[in-house]
Design a protein around this ligand. Structure first.
Ligand SMILES: NC(=O)c1ccc[n+]([C@@H]2O[C@H](COP(=O)([O-])OP(=O)(O)OC[C@H]3O[C@@H](n4cnc5c(N)ncnc54)[C@H](OP(=O)(O)O)[C@@H]3O)[C@@H](O)[C@H]2O)c1
Length: 283
């Protein structure tokens, strides 16, 4: 029976567990350390953090002290926007690794692309950043590299100059906001999609269609949203601070959503969109 630890293979052969624990907005303290220990006990083997979340210190401490060998936990962090550029990226990676207190990362992502809003320089900023990501990968201190919030028009120039293609693109992806063109573009090029805010930051959990479909399968609307993303081949990164819901979010393998129900969810009008358009975010 598959579990939260079941792996999706990345283009370089590294296996990435299909359910990761989201940690955005969780403060950097002992509660987070205990929370990650609990998640590992439940079966999570993948933790998603970022420099900007400000909690890498506790995430690293939890990974080091959770009782599992380091190579059994997949750890992702992300390069913040202020650190874009070749030299800055190399330095920021060192800081991230040091803050985590780990010898290596499993996945390092460019958090947001430099984008059209940034005059004429955005493509060269992204490719300079990516050149550093490639070097870090080749140094062996990260097992895989990728991007986040890159749309097709950000990926095309990056891919044209890249020696190593991104292995992952982490995107907002949930019922009511599935970004199908970008997902199809990534999947046709072997770039693994990860779904951020897979529950629409909680806004989808009582959605009538998801609850109705969930009732058929004896699961919650939240589980339908997560299973829907997995059936689309996306890794899910749900966040919960509640032990029961943490467990519920891993119980996605005892049912399968029919193709009719998948199509009905795909057809939902835009719902729970964060409003964060990578070309227009102001951070
Ligand atoms: N790359 C990016 O730019 C980016 C952007 C945003 C997020 N992310 C990543 O994606 C992760 C997840 O996204 P998110 O934190 O925005 O939100 P989310 O996972 O979509 O939703 C979290 C909310 O849903 C509730 N919840 C969780 N499981 C539930 C369940 N089974 N039933 C009912 N309610 C449930 C949680 O409340 P309780 O805690 O009370 O359960 C919380 O309020 C982040 O933590 C972060 O790691 C990445």
């Amino acid at each position: 029976m598959p579990s939260a630890a079941s792996g999706f293979p990345l283009s370089n052969g590294v296996k990435i567990p299909c359910i990761g624990l989201g940690t955005w907005q969780i403060p950097d303290n002992q509660e987070l350390v205990r929370h990650i220990h609990k998640a590992v006990e439940i079966g999570y083997r993948h933790i998603d953090t970022a420099h900007i979340y400000g909690n890498e210190r506790s995430v690293g401490e939890a990974v080091r002290t959770c009782g599992m060998p380091r190579d059994k936990i997949f750890v992702t962090s992300k390069l913040w926007n202020a650190d874009r550029g070749y030299k800055e990226t190399l330095a920021a990676f060192d800081t991230t690794l040091k803050t985590l207190g780990l010898d290596y990362l499993d996945l390092f992502l460019i958090h947001w692309p430099a984008a059209r809003g940034e005059a004429m320089t955005w493509q060269s900023i992204n490719s300079g950043t990516w050149r550093a990501m490639e070097e870090i990968y080749e140094s062996g201190r990260v097992r895989s590299i990728g991007v986040s919030n890159f749309l097709i028009h950000h990926l095309v120039p990056l891919l044209a100059r890249a020696r190593i293609a991104p292995m992952v693109n982490q995107l907002e992806f949930h019922p009511g906001y599935m970004q199908a063109p970008t997902v199809e573009f990534c999947q046709s090029r072997g770039i693994q999609v990860e779904a951020w805010s897979p529950l629409g930051r909680g806004a989808l959990i009582h959605h009538p269609l998801l609850s109705e479909i969930g009732a058929k399968y004896g699961v919650t609307g939240a589980q339908v949203a997560l299973r829907w993303a997995l059936q689309h081949g996306a890794i899910v990164l749900p966040k919960s601070m509640n032990a029961e819901r943490l467990k519920q979010n891993t119980e996605l393998f005892g049912f399968s959503i029919s193709s009719e129900d998948m199509a009905a969810i795909d057809a939902m009008p835009q719902t729970a969109f964060s409003g964060l358009d990578p070309d227009h975010v102001t951070f």
